[in-house]
Design a protein around this ligand. Structure first.
Ligand code: OAD
Length: 237
């Protein structure tokens, strides 16, 4: 079994993995966040510069939804795969922290984490988002604190991206789960895995720009497909 026998596995996830936990994805028609809200206004440095309070309120609302949500069978199956396959690397675009709450050990968070803050002026990490904080607090440098997530037009954190790149270049098996494969540089990773000889599996109920390039497309919800993959592994372990 390819999964049992591989020695370098990458599990790459997107918003679709948290959809079954009630967290809206970004681009699903009607229900997606970007169908309702303007990413330029709410998820960009310019938007925060112009109206920090509105951006803060929006992320505070999203964060509350993430805190209220529970991990789902996809998160838990991925955490169990990581326990059983110690050479598995989890790379996520999700900022909701549900992988960690499901018991996943390390996760490379390419787009940051909504439960943490950093300074908008000096970029310094400012720790966990404090409870009952109704407006962006001031940092010791005088700058405003903002959610520690990656906004449009911003670079990813270099060492996180480099670690994801290295693990992907070495991957024998690469799962791309619940992502529309539209946002770069993250969306480049599955192609990088393929170029380096990795076997590429996509898990998504919909077709994406990646589907035609995958060695195997498992068409379905992650909350169904990932537990089935885990069960198959356990059966042959
Ligand atoms: P998208 O909303 O672009 O795509 C979600 C994908 O999940 C779609 O392809 C859906 O078909 C699929 N999907 C929906 N329900 C699913 C389920 N139950 N199981 C499996 N797949 C399901 O979200 P991302 O690809 O994660 O960036 O978006 C990438 C980035 O764009 C995000 O990290 C965010 C956003 O702007 C930043 O914040 C920087």
């Amino acid at each position: 079994m390819r999964l049992r026998d591989c020695r370098r596995l990458v599990i790459f996830t997107g918003a679709g993995v948290s959809a079954e936990s009630g967290i809206p994805t970004f681009r699903d028609a009607q229900t997606g966040l970007w169908a309702k809200y303007s990413p330029e206004q709410l998820a960009s440095p310019e938007g925060f510069r112009q109206d920090p309070q509105t951006v803060w309120d929006w992320y505070a609302w999203r964060r509350e939804r993430c805190l209220a949500a529970q991990s789902n069978p996809a998160h838990r199956a991925i955490a169990e795969l990581q326990r059983r396959l110690p050479y598995a690397t989890l790379i996520t675009q999700n900022v909701d922290g549900l992988h960690q709450r499901a018991g996943s050990g390390a996760a490379l968070e390419l787009h940051g984490n909504i439960h943490r803050l950093k300074c908008f002026r000096c970029g310094e990490d400012a720790g966990a988002w404090p409870d009952d904080c109704s407006a962006p607090p001031l940092h010791s440098c005088g700058g405003l604190l903002r959610p520690a997530v990656i906004w449009f037009g911003e670079n990813l954190v270099q060492d996180v991206l480099e670690a994801a790149w290295r693990a992907t270049e070495e991957a024998e098996l690469f799962f791309s789960i619940g992502t529309s494969s539209l946002v770069y540089p993250a969306a480049e990773l599955p192609f990088l895995a393929r170029r380096n000889g990795g076997y590429l599996v996509e898990v998504n109920p919909q077709e994406t720009p990646l589907s035609a390039h995958a060695d195997l497309c498992l068409t379905g919800a992650a909350g169904t497909v990932m537990p089935a993959i885990l069960a198959a592994l356990v059966a042959v372990a």
